[in-house]
Design a protein around this ligand. Sequence first.
Ligand code: SF4
Length: 318
Amino acid sequence: MKAFSYERASTPEAAAAAAVQHPQARFIAGGTNLLDLMKLQIEQPGHLIDVNGLKLDRVEPTPEGGLRIGALVRNTDLAGHERVRSSYAVLSRALLAGASGQLRNKATTAGNLLQRTRCPYFYDTDMACNKRAPGSGCSAIGGMTRQLAVIGGSEACIATHPSDMAVAMRVLDATVETVKAGGAQRRIPIADFYRLPGQTPHLENNLERGELITAVTLPSPPGGRHVYRKVRDRASYAFALVSVAAIVQPDGSGRVALGGVAPQPWRVEAAEAQLPRGAKAAADAVLAGARPTADNGFKLTLAERTIAAALAEGKVRT
Ligand code: SF4
């Protein structure tokens, strides 16, 4: 690990200002992803800004009937929160499907949104990777792609986003709240938060330099039955091959977002009109334009079957 300087931020605005001052700065809270990346010298920050003392660890009702989740709320606490379990169950279930108990105790809401891909070539510094070293090439294309994206990728990168929580946030129409160095605040719908890789896969979201996530807000609960289904290579502590966050109404209509198939949580609102026609129609519409590789074409079938299972579970439980 390379040497770095360290400070504890006293306010969100001060944290954002410090990040602008130090071009090689990173915020750190739980550190469940960043520290691993630093040990492998994939991330080499010159300065760490510890945001753990910023009192952004509360879950509060909003005046609009929704929920405001502080950026530092730990995944375990969020999954177990009474209102999340009763009114936003898809979020609780997605959180509990992720990582391990120990990691969820440390990992934060903001950190979960910002975690990096688990593409194996991203972690192997002997291999070319446009996300890790822009312009160096993509070792995955033509390599091992079983875990990687079937839609939303580019000629430069076909990595998937690893978060379960973000898939549930997407189906719930969450909004990311931020603060910038000068104190200006911003609200970014999660649909606009992530970037597709295009020619710049190292740019994964639309945060500006130094911009700090302070909270994630959820609108009032959407009703319906909440389902999160995750298919992976082993029963726990593994990333999704395909996951489905669904909110199912008694008549079979609803919402659906997919994980494990794209560089960001994948939701196509227009495709949801197909849900009452069944999983095949919905999967075909959500994944229209998919470009799987020879190794990961199975994800299209798996997505359809996982949507079918989610719809069946949603209907059974109505
Ligand atoms: Fe890197 Fe993306 Fe290619 Fe993986 S898919 S090697 S993360 S550029």
